[in-house]
Design a protein around this ligand. Structure first.
Ligand code: ADP
Length: 500
């Protein structure tokens, strides 16, 4: 009887590996950070070899620390930074360029071209996405257009495209498997969201040869076995890879948001909110993305997704630029000394506002200052500002989906903040449930992999394995909530359209 499932979590700034036992408890974890490459302002790259090395090192360390034999591992699940784009040579396995990271803005001109040609609506209808440099398709286009000889090589069938999951699987199988899962594929802007297949019309429109594209498979199922002699992973030979999902999708699953109307929000540098909308894809009227939640043998499940560009980063700003607090936990402790106020607001629109406000020209704002405003009140306004933005997103989601949020499951670094979590529950008038283990992304990947090999036997088991750490119950009067949110919306209006 195999005792563990190993999750590989290949993130934007680090690669992690976590080993889970049958109770879904993390018995060991390791993290290896790696460096970011910024060749020009707005451009972000990763070295594809460094992605592999760091991920494999994390896997070895994780297993060594636990003293576990790879023979005890039933399956491996992979979760990854989404949208990040690689092209490599099928014969040599060598990348033609660095990985272009999701944050990279270099393909904005390709996006402008698509928008100017009037394709925005058609692309949204097919993919559920807004045309943006964030997604993989225009990053591939950039490589085909800008790198000498690459289009010719692509047309001759020599090259393979992959997001990071595909790159890992290709290398772990020594080139035998060229596959992705449907959640990662849903972020390329090349997948037909209803059919979950590559869309030939989009490939034609973007002049992307279909021969580049990997197979699309369900998130839970057999992808391949780790081959003999993968450099750095020799010990793991033979272990099956049976789960793959993009990081936010894995977190939704790891939070066991398995029923329509359930949602998770990750409170990190930014926030990522996903709401399960069930078997039906929902079209958003507020600029939220429609995306795949996951696809498992029992069927596909859809989600709405929205993000807050600046959340925990506002806390970092208080700490690093204003030097008003020593640390993020100190900010939270300071904020907890005062009550949320309806006369002082902070809008963290450092880089504009995303859904549902969509104003690239909005900028940050602190309003309502009086002679009595002190550090504690400002810290409070900064934390509360995160919760208001999440509440606005949730309102938009509820309207789009025609569903009421049942409970909000929280994770990410800033979910450690008690005043933030309580205020979120108060604002939403809904329970906020923080799990005991906030590493929900890796856990979700483990769940997908474990389900496929019978390590866990079904969704009921998954739901029972999620352990609540703390529940924040709403305790605010309705009038006060209304007054606070009205003040927030006044502040927000003043932050909009600032930059000319
Ligand atoms: P990411 O994965 O985006 O790098 P994390 O999930 O690690 O982010 O969360 C880190 C963010 O959370 C930072 O922006 C930090 O300011 C914020 N943060 C961490 N701990 C706290 C806390 N106790 N109170 C408020 N914010 C916090």
């Amino acid at each position: 009887m195999k005792r563990f499932v190993l999750a590989l979590d290949q993130g934007t700034t680090s690669s992690r590996a976590i080993l889970y036992d049958q109770d879904a408890r993390a018995v060991s974890q390791a993290q290896v950070e790696f460096s970011q490459i910024y060749p020009r302002p707005g451009w972000v790259e990763h070295d594809p070899e460094v992605i592999l090395d760091s991920q494999f090192k994390a896997a070895r360390r994780c297993v060594d620390q636990a003293g576990v034999m790879p023979a005890d591992i039933a399956a491996i699940g992979i979760t990854n930074q989404r949208e990040t784009t690689l092209l490599w040579d099928r014969h040599t396995g060598r990348p033609v360029y660095n990985a272009i990271v999701w944050q990279c803005r270099r393909s904005a001109p390709q996006c402008d071209r698509l928008s100017a040609a009037g394709y925005t609506e058609e692309i949204a209808a097919r993919t559920g996405l807004v045309v943006d440099a964030y997604f993989s398709a225009t990053k591939i286009q950039w490589m085909l257009e800008e790198l000498p000889g690459v289009r010719e090589q692509a047309l001759s069938g020599r090259l393979a495209f992959g997001t990071v999951d595909t790159w890992l699987v290709w290398n772990l199988t020594l080139g035998a498997v060229h596959a992705t899962d449907s959640t990662n594929a849903s972020r390329t802007m090349l997948m037909d969201l209803d059919r979950r297949t590559w869309d030939p019309r989009l490939c034609e429109l973007l002049e992307i040869p279909a021969s580049l594209l990997p197979d699309i498979r369900p998130s839970s199922g057999f992808f391949g076995k780790i081959a003999d002699g993968v450099p750095g992973m020799e010990r793991f030979a033979g272990i099956p890879i049976t789960g793959i999902a993009g990081d936010q999708h894995a977190a939704l699953f790891g939070q066991a948001c398995l029923t329509p109307g359930s949602a998770k929000n990750t409170y990190g540098t930014g926030c990522f909110l996903l709401m399960n909308t069930g078997k039906q894809r929902v079209r958003s009227r507020s600029g939220l993305l429609s995306t795949l939640a996951w696809e498992i043998p029992s069927g596909a499940c859809y989600a709405l997704e929205g993000s807050v560009f600046n959340a925990g980063s506002a806390v970092q700003w208080l700490r690093d630029e204003l030097k008003m607090v020593e640390s993020a936990p100190a900010c939270s402790a300071l904020a907890a000394t005062v009550e949320p106020a309806d006369d002082l607001y902070f809008v963290s629109a450092f880089t504009g506002l995303g859904a549902p406000h969509w104003d690239m020209y909005a900028r940050g704002l602190l309003i309502g200052l009086t002679r009595g405003t002190d550090r504690a009140r400002i810290a409070r306004a900064v934390l509360d500002g995160i919760a208001y933005q999440v509440a606005d997103l949730i309102d938009a989601m509820e309207q789009d989906a025609g569903m009421r949020l049942t409970d909000l499951r929280a994770d990410g670094g800033a979910s450690a903040s008690e005043p933030l979590m309580q205020f979120q529950a108060d604002l939403l008038d809904c329970r906020v449930d923080r799990p005991a283990d906030i590493e929900t992304t890796a856990l979700g990947a483990a769940f997908f992999a474990g389900l496929a090999v019978g390590f866990w036997d079904g969704l009921d088991t998954i739901a029972s394995l999620r352990r609540t750490g703390k529940v924040f119950t709403p305790a605010m009067e309705a009038d006060r909530r209304t007054r606070l949110r009205a003040g927030w919306h006044r502040a927000l209006e003043r932050a909009k359209a600032w930059e000319e």
